[in-house]
Ligand binder design. Sequence first.
Ligand code: HEC
Ligand code: HEC
Ligand code: HEC
Ligand code: HEC
Ligand code: HEC
Ligand code: HEC
Ligand code: HEC
Ligand code: HEC
Ligand code: HEC
Length: 284
Amino acid sequence: MTKKIYNIVFKVLVCTIVMISCSPKSSYHFKSFFFDGVPDPINENSIIANINSIDSTGFKKRDSILEQAKSKEIYHPPFQEKKCKTCHQKYKRSESMANNKALCYTCHDQFEYTYQTLHGPVDFGHCTQCHNPHKSKYEGLLTQNDNQLCLECHDQSYLLQTSIHNRLDETQQCLNCHNPHGANTRFLLTQNSCFGCHDNYNSKFNNVHGPVAAGLCVNCHEDHNSKQPHLLTNTTNALCLNCHNAQDLNKTSTHKETNTKSCTTCHNPHGGSNHYLLNKTALQ
Ligand code: HEC
Ligand code: HEC
Ligand code: HEC
Ligand code: HEC
Ligand code: HEC
Ligand code: HEC
Ligand code: HEC
Ligand code: HEC
Ligand code: HEC
C-alpha cells in the first residue's frame, strides 16, 4: 500500500520536473494564454537582476527600484486584473481579433456616437493599430510615441508638401490640431486648431457666428492648397444660403438686394459686436 503511494508521488514529481524544465520563454506564451496572470519572465528576470545588483545597498533603494520598474509600463486595467477571459474567450487567436472594435466597445464609449466622421483605422475597427490591449510604456497604451504614431501610416514627405505642415517645427504635436478618433469636421480637426496661426474669433468678437463658435471652419474653408479666394468652399452667398433660408430672408426689406450683393458687404462671416454680425457698411 505505502509502496503504491510512493510510486504515485514519484511519478508526480517526475512530471512536475519535466514541465518546469521546458524553456521559460516558450512555456510563458503557452501558460499565459490559458492561465490567468502568469508573470512575464523577461520583465520579472530583469527586475530581479536589478534588485540583486543593489541588494547590499539596503531595502529602501530596492523598493524604489521596484516602484520604478513598475511605473515604466502602463497597464490596461482588465489585463492587470488578469481578466484575460473577458477578451479572449470568444477569440482564441489574435488573427481573428484584428478587427477588435466590438470588443473594445463592450467597455468604452462608441466613437460613432461622438463624432460625425471617423478616422480611417477607427472606422475599420483597428483599435490595436494604435493601442496595445495589454500594456505599454507610452501613455494612453499607445503603440508608438508622439508624432511617430501618426507617421507610421502618414507619409511625412507628403505632409511636408502641404502648406500647413511645412510651417510646423518638431515641437508641434499632431494631436495639437487633430483628434485621433474622429471629429465633426473634415481633416479630424480639434476645436482650436486654426487659432495657433489665425485670430481667435472667440475672444475677438462679443457675438461669434454659430458655425464659427462650433469650430466648423472647414464647412466654409478649403485646405490651404486651394486656389479659391479666401480658400472658400463655395461662392459666399451660396455658402450662407446653405444654412439660412433665402425665402425667409427675402421677406425683410433689408435683404431685397441680396441677389446682387454679397452677404459679406453687410455681415462679418465670423462674428461681430452686435447680434446680427453687422459690419460698418451695414450700420451706416
Ligand atoms: C482588453 C482586452 C484584453 C485583455 C484583458 C487581454 N487581452 Fe490578450 N489580446 C487582446 C487583443 C485585442 C489581442 C490581439 C492584439 C493584436 O491585434 O495583435 C491580444 C493578443 C494576445 C496574445 C497574442 C499576441 C501577443 O501579444 O503575443 C496573447 C498571448 C494574449 N493576448 C494573452 C493575454 C493574457 C495572458 C491576458 C491576461 C493576463 C490577456 N491577453 C488579456 C486583448 C486582451
Ligand atoms: C473589460 C473592460 C474593458 C475592455 C474590453 C477594454 N477596456 Fe480599455 N479600459 C478599461 C478600463 C476599466 C480602463 C481604465 C478607465 C478608463 O480610462 O476608462 C481602460 C482604459 C483604456 C485606455 C486608456 C488608458 C490610459 O492610460 O489612458 C485605453 C487607450 C483603452 N482602455 C483602450 C482599449 C482598447 C483599444 C480595447 C480593445 C482592444 C479596450 N480598451 C478594451 C476597460 C476595458
Ligand atoms: C490612429 C491611432 C488610434 C486609433 C486607431 C485608436 N486610437 Fe484611441 N487613442 C489614440 C491616441 C493618440 C490617444 C490619446 C489621446 C490624447 O492623449 O489626447 C487615444 C486615447 C484613447 C482612449 C483614452 C481616452 C480618450 O478618449 O482619450 C481610449 C479609451 C481609446 N483611445 C480607445 C480607442 C478605441 C476603443 C479604439 C478603436 C475603436 C481606438 N482608441 C483607436 C489613438 C488611436
Ligand atoms: C493605421 C494607420 C493610420 C494611423 C496610425 C494614423 N492614420 Fe490617419 N488616416 C489613416 C487612413 C486609412 C485615413 C483615411 C484616408 C482617406 O480617407 O483617404 C486617414 C486619414 C487621416 C486624416 C484625414 C482625414 C480627412 O478627413 O481627410 C488625418 C487628418 C489623419 N488621418 C491624421 C492622423 C493623425 C493625427 C494620426 C496620429 C494620431 C494618424 N492619422 C494615424 C490611417 C492612419
Ligand atoms: C498646427 C495645426 C496642425 C498640426 C500640428 C498638424 N496638422 Fe495636419 N492638418 C492641419 C490642418 C489645418 C489641416 C487641413 C488642411 C489644410 O488646411 O491645409 C490638416 C490636414 C491634415 C491631413 C489631410 C491632408 C490632406 O491633404 O488630405 C493629414 C493626413 C494630416 N493633417 C496629418 C497630420 C499629422 C500626421 C500631423 C503630425 C505629424 C499633423 N497633421 C499635424 C493642421 C495641423
Ligand atoms: C460661415 C462660413 C465661415 C466659417 C464657418 C468660417 N469662415 Fe472664415 N471666412 C468666411 C468668408 C465668407 C470669408 C471671406 C470674407 C470676405 O469676403 O471679406 C472668410 C475669411 C477668412 C479669413 C481671411 C480674412 C480674415 O477675416 O482674416 C480667415 C483667416 C478665416 N476666414 C479664418 C477662419 C477660421 C479660422 C474659421 C473658424 C474658426 C473660419 N474662418 C470660419 C466664411 C467663414
Ligand atoms: C500653421 C499655421 C496655420 C494654421 C494652423 C492655419 N492657417 Fe490658415 N493660413 C496660414 C497662412 C500662413 C496663410 C496665408 C496664405 C498661405 O500661405 O496659404 C493662411 C491663409 C488662410 C486663409 C486665406 C486668407 C485670405 O485672406 O485669403 C484662410 C481662410 C485660412 N487660412 C483659414 C484657416 C482655417 C479655417 C484654419 C483651420 C482649419 C487655418 N487657416 C489654420 C497659416 C495657418
Ligand atoms: C453651417 C451653417 C451656417 C452657415 C454656412 C452660415 N450660417 Fe449664419 N448662422 C448659423 C447658425 C447656427 C446661427 C446661430 C443662430 C442662432 O443663434 O439662433 C447663425 C446666425 C447668423 C446670423 C445672426 C442672426 C441671428 O439670428 O442670430 C447672421 C446675420 C448670419 N448667421 C449670417 C450668415 C452669413 C452672412 C453667412 C455666410 C457668410 C452665414 N450666416 C453662413 C449657421 C450658419
Ligand atoms: C445691405 C446689407 C445686407 C446684406 C447684403 C445682407 N444682410 Fe442680412 N441683415 C442685414 C441687416 C441690417 C440685418 C438686421 C435685421 C434686419 O434689418 O432685417 C440682417 C439680418 C440678417 C439675419 C437675421 C435675420 C433674422 O430675422 O433673424 C440673417 C440670418 C441674415 N441677415 C443673413 C444674410 C444673408 C445669408 C445674406 C446674403 C444672402 C445677407 N444677410 C445679406 C443687412 C444685410
